[in-house]
Design a protein around this ligand. Structure first.
Ligand SMILES: Nc1nc2c([nH]c(=O)n2[C@H]2C[C@H](O)[C@@H](COP(=O)(O)OP(=O)(O)OP(=O)(O)O)O2)c(=O)[nH]1
Length: 163
């Protein structure tokens, strides 16, 4: 069983899913969602989802944010890269973006309910277990690459490289 980051052949790693996350950060607050369905249902996260054919990672992040919260993110920038290997062989390659603003009004949809949280008081206990590790780098604007081994919801190991 894969238990450590070093157990994975990252050079030849072929993720099952490619997905994005986007965090609007404004006035000391981050726009999060309560995820109502799909992978990670019930958790607090950023909007995001699977990469579609023909779109860039950034286009995916903006499209998913619009689908989930009815807002068009602006001032979008790359923040970091996340590589998740799950013990059951599932795997996700994720790209994280930040945004400084948006057009429209964050609105609840079938997929997500918007939640504004202070950057000083983030609800990590309701988020994926790895998030508290890389959120500080994202908030600092310091590019990161994180590799994680999960068994279900439980993080077994991680390694973070900073840009
Ligand atoms: N913050 C955070 N997000 C994660 C982690 N693991 C993980 O898959 N995600 C995110 C990345 C994606 O935005 C989402 C999973 O993507 P997905 O596309 O399978 O989600 P979904 O079921 O909602 O699918 P869809 O909307 O694209 O149809 O969850 C994690 O450890 N931390």
């Amino acid at each position: 069983m894969v238990e450590k980051v070093g157990d994975v052949d990252w050079e030849n790693w072929d993720p099952v899913v490619k997905a994005t996350l986007l965090f609007v950060i404004q006035d000391g607050q981050v726009l999060l969602i309560h995820k109502k369905r799909g992978f990670g249902k019930g958790k607090i996260n950023g909007p995001g989802g699977k990469l579609e054919a023909g779109e860039t990672w950034q286009e995916c992040a903006v499209r998913e944010t619009e689908e989930e919260l009815c807002i068009k993110a602006q001032g979008v920038e790359f923040a970091g890269e996340l590589l998740f290997q799950f013990a059951d062989m599932y795997s996700i390659h994720g790209f994280v973006y930040t945004a400084t603003g948006y057009e429209g009004e964050p609105t609840e949809t079938d997929e997500a309910a918007p939640i504004w949280c202070s950057i000083d008081d983030l609800p990590f206990e309701h988020m994926w277990e790895d998030d508290h590790i890389w959120f500080p780098y994202m908030l600092e604007g310091r590019p990161f690459t994180g590799r994680f081994i999960f068994d279900g919801d439980r993080m077994l190991d991680h390694v973070i490289e900073l840009g």
